[in-house]
Ligand binder design. Structure first.
Ligand SMILES: [Fe+2]
Length: 443
């Protein structure tokens, strides 16, 4: 029997600072189609990628399709209960077997000539098999496999069959994030937005809070963009941005500002009667949330007070960023466009913590957030995936602000006036990311 390891609390201590130098980050990697092709060959094909939520392949016959650049991968739960992954391409004439999305099927049948495979990727049937003089050997014509594994309520895939195990690749991340118990959370919102920028431009912006003053001026009243702890863990990284406290830039005295009061009220905190001030607020909000949890049934027992009153933000190389709160987790995935380095797909999944025993029931309260302005989360069942392009509709204030900024950045990256990116100490997660990116690209 497998020993169940006790869950450790998230380490809070500051990581040592590596010397990452001060060089400019070259601009070609954001705009050059040749670099985009290299990324496909050397990065996307070699790294563990978050493929999708494990809830989409909970039962035998469940499958989903995950696309990254020009590649498309099927993740499937077979009759034997095991997970399988393979390239989403027919071994006969290369047709894609399934469109993007999730579903349930007893086999995979190609719509072109009706070749058929079992859920584990083995060849099941070839119509008129006698008509192939070279034969149709099942041992040769199975769907081409990729590695798959699960951690944190997600399925991860790696196209490199000799890649290191997922847990080795994730390094410190599980020890940091197991305490959140993602696998007990419920998916309440799922969308993809086509943005007018390179996927790395998007990873970059979510790696720092230096842009808050320019892009998200409303946020400075409720969260601090200055006294932010940054930790670099090799490929991966995090920042801890305190909430329920105004930015150091606008902090005056101990009284709560109107923006903070409004935000507190939106979360049910009795701000009008609050006798304390900015200096005591985070402590008292954490206590309030723990008191409330006795009624709501949300289990915060494995989280520090800091985790209830700050944005714990993690980057998992290359393209996953998590914003973590006590009640909710946002998974942002930054996917490359198949052909255009000036476009990308921004995937946003929101997961709610639910009372113990309700995991999977999707009874979570709506994923309402002051900044994201999401619709009410689905009451029952998996939320339907939505797709739209930047500008077609709002993604909520914060993301609209980021997307608008990024479109301008991507235009600027093409200018002769752009000589490279001049990165500050505060923005060193960007530098850290690019060091790892360079290792994969051999740059
Ligand atoms: Fe932002």
């Amino acid at each position: 029997m497998n020993e169940v390891k006790p869950i450790k609390m998230t380490p809070l201590e500051k990581a040592p600072e590596p010397d990452l130098g001060t060089e400019m980050i070259p601009v070609e990697r954001y705009i050059d189609p040749a670099v985009m092709k290299q990324e496909m060959d050397k990065l996307w094909s070699k790294t563990w990628l978050l493929a999708g939520p494990a809830c989409d392949v909970a039962e035998p016959g469940d499958y989903f399709v995950f696309e990254v650049g020009r590649e498309s991968i099927i993740v499937s739960r077979a009759e034997d209960g095991e997970l399988y992954g393979f390239f989403n391409v027919c071994r006969h004439r290369a047709n894609q077997l399934k469109p993007e999305g999730c579903g349930h099927s007893s086999s995979f049948v190609c719509g072109f000539h009706k070749w058929e495979w079992n859920l584990d990727g083995s060849l099941k049937d070839v119509p008129e098999a006698d008509d192939f003089p070279q034969g149709t050997p099942a041992e040769e014509l199975g769907l081409v496999p990729v590695k798959v594994d699960t951690w944190g309520g997600f399925v991860w895939a790696n196209m490199d069959l000799v890649a290191e195990p997922l847990m080795d690749y994730l390094g410190e991340i599980p020890a940091h994030l197991d305490a959140y118990e993602f696998e007990k959370m419920v998916l309440v919102y799922d969308e993809t937005i086509e943005w007018d920028c390179n996927w790395k431009t998007s990873v970059d912006i979510f790696s720092e809070t230096y842009h808050v003053r320019g892009v998200h001026p409303e946020s400075e009243w409720v969260s601090d963009d200055i006294e932010v702890q940054v930790d670099l863990y090799g490929a991966h990284s995090r920042f801890i941005a305190p909430m329920y406290v105004p930015s150091v830039r606008v902090r005056e005295g101990d009284a709560l500002n109107p923006g903070l009061v409004e935000y507190l009220k939106s979360e049910g905190f009795p701000a009008d009667d609050y006798k304390g001030g900015v200096s005591t607020l985070r402590r008292d909000v954490a206590a309030f949330k723990r008191e409330q949890s006795k009624e709501t049934g949300l289990d915060f027992s494995k989280l520090h007070d800091d985790q209830l009153t700050a944005d714990f933000h993690y980057n998992i190389f290359p393209n996953v960023t998590f914003n973590l709160f006590g009640e909710q987790m946002w998974m942002f995935r930054h996917r490359p466009h198949p052909t255009d380095p000036d476009k990308m797909y921004f995937d946003r999944m929101v997961f709610n913590r639910v009372p113990e025993g309700e995991a999977g029931a999707n009874t979570a309260a709506g994923a309402v957030d002051m900044f994201l302005e999401l619709d009410e989360g689905n009451v029952e069942g998996r939320p339907e995936h939505q797709f739209y392009k930047y500008g077609e509709r709002s993604s909520g204030l914060l993301l609209d602000q980021d997307a608008s900024c990024l479109a301008g950045v991507q235009k600027g990256l093409h200018s002769k006036g752009c000589k490279g990116l001049w990165i500050s100490h505060h923005e060193r997660r960007i530098r850290n990311f690019h060091k790892t990116w360079e290792t994969y690209l051999g740059a």
